[in-house]
Design a protein around this ligand. Structure first.
Ligand code: KG4
Ligand code: ZN
Length: 351
């Protein structure tokens, strides 16, 4: 039997995209993280189909909750609070998770906390690397988001410094993957190719880094111009009947993305006097970003915290972790009539 003393036991439910995640967290301790993915069903469409994802969540929800409880040897009656992703994400999938969480909260008579998915991507790091410092920077990068957050308190005070104006980093990789003829999702394939190429072979543009962007978009990102530049470059080579140096294209493209992400993030750390950076989201698997962030943070005296990749992709632990922080901070629970918000602002930590 698990230890029943100590901080409240929080059950977290994540369903914002294609992963059904259920986890149990007590304080900063992760008891179990169960996940079921419908990615295989989406791969053949070359993108996530919300309707397919919703149905998969509906089927996976109860088995995943039961698997989590069983693995942790916890009876559902021992759960003290339920946390669930309230947004941002796909409305249908979010609704399945919220409905399950409400049913549990109602049935058990325990409080419900609707929390922000993107902030969860940062919160999960406390389960791995321990308590957060007083103030830190969080870079959350995935197929759906690229956001730079200044975190004063993960449960109560998060400021959005910037985000992408168009494509997310992972999305840009997936689109460039498609134009290079790679399977979906293209991100990991480009990463692999890039490791064999020369990142300085082609000088692709760095979006929103011009002097004129420093006022309004110092910490925002834009990857659509880069994607177009890659498309033009590839087209020119193909029209000329030349063979594409795929590893060099991949490496040069990946370097442009990693360069902008790390340069802006480190500038924000200096600007706000912050010496800890947490990186989260599925795109933090990217080798070019990891290598450049490690190198630049070390050179600038910034402590870099990146959880293992299974906690960077969507999972229940991130939601249980944020729920646990919110409960510990004494934040009021959500009402049982909360809705979900596909474009939930990043300053809204709980609803
Ligand atoms: O967090 P995640 O699993 O799902 C979203 O919430 O989007 O992130 C998946 C995204 C996809 O766009 C995928 O191509 C990208 O992250 N990705 C990568 C790598 N691994 C995953 N992109 C580049 N390099 C990688 N190694
Ligand atoms: Zn995510």
């Amino acid at each position: 039997m698990p230890d029943q003393s100590g901080p409240p036991l929080v059950l977290g439910i994540e369903t914002s995209c294609d992963e059904t995640g259920v986890a149990l967290v007590r304080g900063d301790e992760l008891l179990v993280d169960a996940v079921a993915s419908s990615m295989d069903e989406h791969a053949r469409f070359g993108g996530i189909i919300p309707e397919v994802a919703s149905r998969a969540h509906l089927e996976a929800m109860i088995p995943t909750i039961e698997r989590a409880l069983g693995t942790a040897d916890v009876d559902v009656s021992e759960v003290d609070a339920i946390a669930v992703t309230a947004g941002p994400g796909l409305v249908g999938p979010l609704t399945i998770g919220a409905s399950a969480a409400k049913a549990l909260a109602l049935g058990l008579g325990k409080p419900l906390y609707g929390v922000n998915h993107v902030i969860g991507h940062a919160a999960v790091d406390a389960l791995v690397d321990g308590p957060f410092p007083e103030r830190f920077m969080a870079l959350v990068v995935s197929g759906g988001h690229s956001s730079l957050l200044l975190v004063d308190d993960i449960a109560t005070k998060v400021t959005e410094l910037g985000s992408t104006l168009d494509d997310a980093a992972g999305e840009a990789f997936d689109k460039v993957g498609r134009l290079l003829g790679l399977p979906y999702p293209g991100g990991p394939h480009i990463d692999r190719l890039a490791r064999e190429g020369n990142p300085a072979a082609i000088r692709f543009p760095r979006g929103l880094t011009a002097a004129k962007d420093q006022d309004k978009h110092a910490y925002d990102f834009s990857f659509s111009g880069l994607k177009t530049a890659v498309a033009r470059w590839v087209e020119t080579k193909r029209d000329a009947g030349e063979e594409l140096p795929l590893p060099d294209v991949a490496a040069s493209f990946a370097a442009a993305v990693a360069d902008v992400l790390t340069a802006k993030t480190i500038a924000a750390c200096h600007r706000h006097g912050v010496d800890t950076l947490v990186v989260g989201g599925g795109f933090s698997a990217n080798s070019q970003l990891r290598d450049m962030a490690a190198e630049r943070c070390a050179a600038e005296g910034i402590t870099l915290r990146i959880p293992p990749i299974r906690y960077c992709t969507d999972n229940g632990a991130m939601i249980a972790a944020l729920g646990s922080a919110v409960v510990a901070a004494g934040v009021a629970p959500s009402n049982l009539d909360i809705g979900v918000d596909s474009s939930m602002p990043l300053t809204t930590i709980t609803v």
